[in-house]
Write a protein that binds this ligand. Structure first.
Ligand code: CP
Length: 393
């Protein structure tokens, strides 16, 4: 005869009250807390339909509890959020100068893990994201060569993404295929029960929103009076340079900005960007005349030729040397102008220019780590803890 009641036996067998267990199981199936209610309407929408929506129509699927969840497009940022992230990045720098502050920050996300999935080369985006995670206490894993993953065994790319997402709380992705980072976020949020936030660390020729964030952070820190009213001259391969695209989108958040695009005919900025600028009444001009354009610049944003996207070696036919910044150009630019570059560079900026205090690209790449840490803290809703931390108390 059993000494246990039926209910006690069930608890003994399962280690949990069966009634509670079944409720927990149901709640996991039917009220998945990782979901935002606004995502429901996307559940039956296939990628072919979703991908053709306007960005503004897509953004709700990448927003949770009215906060940015997946960071995919520069159009997701408004002025309030940009200013907030710059303040959080500044505060992180300040706090981590002391060991007490550093300990506080590394405890903020000690229980979270991130994976970096990069199928394109990267130095600064990879390392700055990895170190941004470590600053906040997150552990990281990485896939840098997808031929070592089960992609190589014929697993579908979306099944692979789902697998990577199974082990972590955040995925940071750089992909050579336009749109695949967005498709991954669409898939996790609308077709699985285990979405995690995804950050776009560069997708094809499409966008590089966190590069644009660090560019904004650099300008905000270094330009007297901030970005409003400034003349920003963007130079180089503007057709295929994703950093220029994302930065142009962010300019809608600043008033009185003028953008001057300087490029060879073959690499003029995309018509979709120009249409966006017209729609948002942002003043812009296009020119081939590098020397005239840089004289009045507040920011000179140099970029390299993106020949990895060549179809038939077309870059070799273009004379890019007219778009190089040389030491003699330092004499003709404004004393307050800053020279930026998302890096890596080739010949667009002579290394002798590095010694001029207006050359800020090495500071710019380091700013990337802090603004990316600020972004991750915002996504995990701990940015307010950073802002209220009292340094030296
Ligand atoms: N600016 C940038 O994206 O650099 P990496 O390619 O080195 O990451």
């Amino acid at each position: 005869m059993s000494h246990f009641s039926k209910k006690e036996k069930i608890i003994e067998n399962y280690g949990i009250d069966k009634g509670k267990r079944s409720n927990q199981f149901k709640s996991r199936l039917y009220s998945e807390p990782r979901w935002d209610p606004s995502w429901k309407k996307f559940r039956d929408m296939e990628w072919e339909t979703f991908s053709k929506l306007e960005v503004a129509e897509k953004i709700p699927l990448f927003t949770k509890n009215n906060r940015l969840y997946d960071c995919l497009f520069a159009q997701q940022f408004d002025r309030e959020l940009l200013d907030r992230l710059c303040r959080v990045a500044d505060k992180l720098r300040e706090i981590t100068k002391t060991s007490a502050g550093d300990r506080f920050v590394t405890n903020l996300l000690f229980d979270k893990r991130a994976i970096l999935v990069f199928n394109q080369p990267s130095s600064r985006t990879f390392l700055s994201f990895q170190n941004a995670c470590h600053i906040l206490g997150m552990k990281t894993s990485e896939i840098r060569d997808v031929s070592t993953s089960s992609f190589a065994k014929g697993e579908s790319p979306l099944d692979s993404i789902r697998t990577f997402a199974s082990y972590v709380h955040l995925m940071i992705m750089r992909m050579k295929e336009d749109g695949f980072v967005e498709q991954s976020a669409w898939h996790l949020n609308s077709k699985t029960n285990r979405p995690i936030p995804i950050i776009n660390a560069g997708s094809g020729t499409d966008q590089h929103p966190t590069q644009a964030l660090l560019d904004i952070y650099t300008m905000t820190r270094l330009l007297d009076g901030g970005i409003d009213g400034k003349n920003i001259v963007m130079v180089g391969d503007l057709k295929r340079g994703r950093t220029v695209r994302s930065l142009s989108y962010l300019m809608k958040n600043y008033s009185g900005v003028k953008i001057t695009y300087v490029s060879p005919e073959e690499f003029r900025v995309g018509l979709d960007i120009l249409e966006f600028l017209r729609k948002h009444r942002i003043n812009y001009t296009e020119t081939y005349d590098f020397e005239s354009a840089i004289r009045d610049a507040d920011v000179i944003y140099m970029t390299r030729i993106q020949d990895e996207y060549d179809k038939n070696g077309e870059s070799k036919k273009v004379d890019y040397s007219k778009y190089y910044f040389k030491p003699e150009h330092l004499k003709i630019i404004k004393p307050t102008c800053i020279i930026m570059h998302p890096l890596p560079r080739r010949n667009e900026i002579d290394p002798k220019v590095d010694f001029d205090e207006r050359a800020v690209y090495w500071r710019q790449e380091r700013n990337g780590m802090w603004i990316r840490a600020a972004l991750i803290s915002y996504i995990f809703n701990i940015d307010h803890k950073i802002m209220v931390y009292k340094v030296g108390v």
